[in-house]
Design a protein around this ligand. Structure first.
Ligand SMILES: Nc1nc2c(c(=O)[nH]1)N[C@H]1C(S)=C(S)[C@@H](COP(=O)(O)O)O[C@H]1N2
Ligand SMILES: [Mo]
Length: 257
């Protein structure tokens, strides 16, 4: 995979940062700077600033949603195009009928959830734009279980600060994984999607289940999710930076757009 510079995103970030500084009250600006960055995540200054600005200015606002007529005719498959775990490959041959998502870590009721069970839980459908760091975007409709509903079902503990998504594929011999904080985990548009454009998620796009975390860049949207682990710190997870590309390429953990 080649990755191009992110000129457009930095421009957008400068705009956001600029509007923060231009805010009428200086007190507001300084409260942005005084906010704690995410404990346990080392953030370079620009990333930390983006995170703070997003949390304070964007708040829990939704990412833009689009009309059905705006759905892209083609949506690229990027990164892995299939799982590599033998278990998941086996399940893909039987339409994932006996497959189950594992949810564990810091919660009162860890458990396994079949696709049927996930489909019976509170769902959301949204038409959103996926922005890849490599410079392409595409619009699709996604339907999935609200991550907040799943966290409620397992009784996530107050100590849980991050949701880690372990995937059934690997790149360069390491499983893909990603993580988000509880603000994004509880966001209305954060779903584990099982349908894309009204049909079961195609293999290349992450069947049976992929994360949609609409206010962040494409690499945060973990495909082939087989386990959600609730943790208080990212230190014990693989390289400790909270995601595959974060560990291997130094990508930002907070990829807000
Ligand atoms: N498990 C897994 N998830 C992944 C990737 C991957 O290689 N493996 N690639 C990421 C990247 S960089 C992007 S842009 C999107 C691509 O999703 P798509 O194939 O549905 O376009 O998935 C993200 N999630
Ligand atoms: Mo991407």
């Amino acid at each position: 995979m080649t990755h191009r510079p992110r000129a457009r995103l930095f421009t957008r970030r400068r705009f956001l940062a600029g509007s923060a500084l231009a805010a009428p009250t200086l007190a507001y600006g300084s409260s942005v700077l005084a906010m704690d960055p995410v404990p346990g995540v080392e953030m370079p200054m620009v990333e930390g600033f983006t995170y703070r600005v997003h949390r304070l200015i964007v708040g829990d606002a939704n990412a833009r949603e689009f009309a059905p007529s705006q759905i892209s005719k083609t949506f690229p498959v990027n990164g892995s195009n299939a799982p590599t775990s033998l278990e998941m490959l086996g399940h893909s041959k039987t339409a994932f009928q006996s497959w189950a998502l594992q949810v564990d870590g810091l919660c009162a009721r860890p458990g396994l959830f079949t696709l049927e069970q996930l489909r019976a839980m509170p769902a959301r459908t949204q038409i959103t734009r996926h922005d890849c760091v490599e410079g392409w975007s595409a619009i699709a409709q996604w339907t999935g279980v609200r991550l907040s509903a799943l966290l409620e079902r397992v009784g996530a503990s107050p100590e849980a600060r991050f949701a880690v998504f372990h995937c059934g594929d690997d790149l360069i011999g390491t499983p893909y994984y990603e993580s988000i904080d509880m603000v994004d985990a509880h966001h209305a548009q954060t779903i584990l999607a099982y349908d894309m454009n009204g049909a079961p998620l195609p293999t290349g796009h992450g069947a049976p289940l992929r994360l949609r975390v609409e206010r962040q860049l494409g690499y945060k949207h973990a495909k082939f999710v087989q386990r959600v682990e609730l943790v208080s710190s990212l230190h014990g997870i693989h390289g400790g930076k909270g995601g595959f590309w974060e560990d291997f390429e130094g990508y930002e953990w907070y990829a807000g757009i």
